[in-house]
Design a protein around this ligand. Structure first.
Ligand code: T4K
Length: 377
């Protein structure tokens, strides 16, 4: 394997010198966590930037998701997608909720809203869709169903930082949206996350829940968790926010270069940019179709041999994990997508040389000039 690995993503970081004065301030004040000045400032700045009214910062996206379900007092069964990262259904199990998986649409990779109603039972209290790869889920239809059946909608928007849909923040959809600021995300604070909330009262409840349930020094209103973002993460977030627009523009340009290159390669299908959407280009998902000479897994191995660490997000399906597996459950589109998906490297400073290596590997595979044996051999 080559020394100069290309990974599926690489975090964007601010100049280290810019962080130094903020760290000095933290050191001087001795305020390290529990709602310090940087935490408060980042909440305000993110609301402004994202175009939302209420936001609560978290130590990571998973704890934020666990807390969102608790905040909405979700019980019983929750309808969700099998085509997602483990954190989505795990957050349900942490709340002793039962995930009920519903298949995805083949093009958007998002929950198929037309199949939700058939999965609703008297125990259903919420829908937990994912805006997979930052592509908006079918928010109108999901809301219509939720209103009809009296269900909560909590969006796992871990991939959807800064995504705008029909001129508004996508994060306004549903009762709560959950963001991740993990190192691998478009906007990162090393680890981190946030909840986008509809009103002051819910924001207050969430702020209590992420601090063990403390409403004040002596009153604990619920068995909350420690989900607080610390001052280091928040200070870093303020610097990350200064360059987020240029980071997204750089990702867009990488994505569009992929589009040009992939148009000439039979059997590879790059995800379409969603319509009416200001996208964040967080992932570069490609379907490896039957007409491509190599199977998805052979292409994956070929990349790895050349030191290019592409990923199969999301394979295997979470519904195939032992804690969720139901032998009779078949999610046709999700299963098919999980077998064909490959996420190519995308990040803001992916340079021309590395991009060239990725494309050469794809071209060689397309032309049969590689070590792998090809389909059916
Ligand atoms: N909901 C959804 C839909 C999600 O996708 C996620 C997270 C969550 C909820 C939960 O949010 P958090 O609790 O994480 O805030 C990664 C991430 O760990 C995970 O955050 C993300 N989804 C998931 C899709 O991807 P892995 O196991 O693939 O990460 P890893 O360590 O293999 O990293 C992938 C590549 O990124 C590495 O090859 C190199 C690069 N990388 C990674 C890290 C951690 C870096 O260059 N620097 C780094 O520090 O899960």
């Amino acid at each position: 394997m080559a020394d100069d690995l290309i990974t599926v993503t690489r975090p964007s970081l601010p100049d280290l010198e810019k962080l130094q004065p903020l760290l000095e301030e933290i050191w001087k004040s001795g305020r390290l966590t529990n709602g310090g000045r940087f935490h408060e400032e980042l909440e305000a700045r993110l609301c402004e930037y994202l175009g939302v009214e209420h936001l609560s910062l978290f130590t990571n996206g998973t704890i934020a998701l666990v807390t969102a379900l608790q905040a909405m007092r979700v019980t019983g069964e929750v309808i969700t997608t099998p085509y997602t990262f483990a954190a989505t259904p795990h957050a349900l199990l942490w709340n002793k909720l039962k995930p009920v998986f519903v298949d995805i649409e083949p093009d958007s990779f998002n929950l198929d809203a037309s199949k939700i109603e058939a999965a609703i039972t008297p125990e259903t209290t919420a829908i937990l869709p994912v805006h997979c790869y930052g592509t908006p889920a079918n928010i109108d239809e999901i809301q219509r169903i939720a209103d009809l059946y009296g269900l909560h909608v909590i969006y796992d928007a871990a991939h959807a930082f800064a995504v705008r849909y029909r001129g508004r923040s996508l994060l306004e959809a549903g009762d709560i949206s959950v963001l991740s600021f993990h190192a691998t995300k478009v906007f990162n604070t090393f680890e981190g996350g946030a909840l986008i909330l509809k009103d002051k009262k819910t924001k207050q409840r969430v702020d209590y829940l992420k601090n063990f349930g403390f409403a004040n020094e002596t009153t604990v209103v619920a068995p909350g968790i420690n989900g607080k973002m610390n001052e280091f993460q928040a200070a870093l977030g303020l610097l990350q926010l200064e360059k987020i627009d240029s980071d997204i523009r750089a990702r867009q340009s990488v994505y569009r270069k992929y589009r040009e290159e992939l148009m000439g390669i039979e059997g590879l299908q790059l995800m379409e940019e969603p319509v009416d959407t200001e996208w964040n280009y967080s992932y570069c998902p490609v379907l490896v179709n039957e007409s491509f000479p190599l199977s998805r897994d052979d292409l994956y191995s070929e990349f790895r041999k050349q030191g290019i660490l592409v990923r199969r997000y999301f394979y295997p399906l979470v519904s195939d994990f032992p804690m969720y597996f139901a032998p009779s459950a078949v999610f046709e589109n999700a299963a098919d997508t999980a077998q064909r998906i490959l996420c190519l490297p995308i990040y803001s400073d992916l340079n021309d040389e590395d991009f060239g290596r990725i494309i050469s590997c794809l071209r060689e595979a397309a032309n049969g000039h590689h070590g792998a044996s090809g389909r059916g051999q």
